[in-house]
Design a protein around this ligand. Sequence first.
Ligand SMILES: [Cu+2]
Length: 415
Amino acid sequence: MSFKLITLVVIVLGALAVAQLVRLYEHSSKLRNRREEDIPNRDNKLNANMMLGFMILLFGGFIWLMLKYGYTGRGVAASEHGVTTDWLLNINFILIVTVFFLTNFLLYFFAFKYVRKPGVKAYYYPHNNKLELIWTVVPAIVLAFIIILGLKTWNEVTDEAKKEAVRVELFSEQFKWTARYAGKDNKLGYFDYKLTTDKNQLALLTTATLDSAIRLMEIGSHDGSIMGIKLLEEKLNDPKNIFIPKDRVKMETDLDRKTRLLRLLYQMRSRHNSKVDAYAYDDVIETDTLHLVKNQDYEFNFRAKDVIHSAYFPHFRVQVNTVPGLTTRFKFKPTISTKEMREKMNNPNFNYVIMCNKICGGAHYKMKMIVVVDTPAQYKAWMASKKTFKETFLTVAEASPADAPAATDTLVAVK
Ligand SMILES: [Cu+2]
């Protein structure tokens, strides 16, 4: 017999058994000369006492869980606004817990106190304006208080960053974070996704990166992994080459895509103002650890390359979605250095982290970057060891001819 059939038989037999029990109860009531809706006093008393028992269980369990696990479990907030939002959350918890105890106490206690007693008729009490007013006005005032406080805090937290706030970009992709510091001018260089190449993963916009992207489309990469338009055309037009239709379609599509991209790149190149190169050239790109300075204001700009990610700094109480094609922002000020936090937590291995908080793919769980909050001196020393984008990009470009700026004659020829 199949499992389903057995289940069905058990259900049917169970229903029959319940029906039989009900009939039995009816008969026994008749025998005891009692109407079936009459409930003996003893049963009522037992139920009333059980109400008190449930209340003690509920409150006891709640208090035990609170004490055992704490009610947020997120530790000390390490940013300025984090302290404010934690405070707001605490106020909400206090209100909710108070109402929880009050209403549940009334619910269980009244059920206990007003148990049916023989000979006592219930008092008919259909309406009371004063009571109605109290339980409408009091919650309304409390809710207004919560909403106004919440809005005020929200506006402060999401307000624009100060002018002197240090600009940092966090670039997210499956499955890593890349930080870009705005450099000496505190201005993040412009970017355009069309400029994404191996050597310019963040697609920064400068004369050199434009030329390099154009060059890549025209003559391909020097290691041959990306075929340029010229080679593609030659291959497709050479009568000696015989392709199977699938390969030919693939190559033609590739050629078409690259030609369109090249046209857009030339348009960008002709409009490009080389004055903005400086914004990008002094930027510092860091893939390993995000270094911040204690008590320094920051404005974070978030970008995503592929899918939606979420930048989550649990200790700084920051969480922002990172969306392809859209820059999201958040300002905050770290207030506890890594060293101080290690002492506070009595854990010499503690590190702040930034994690991805959106299931963004197979290795989502690994998308994490360590954050270190330094003193200004430590930060200065660390930053001094870093190369600017100009230093890294131009060195690479010189080393590999494919990334070097395109010659002027090719520019004219394709235009
Ligand atoms: Cu992610």
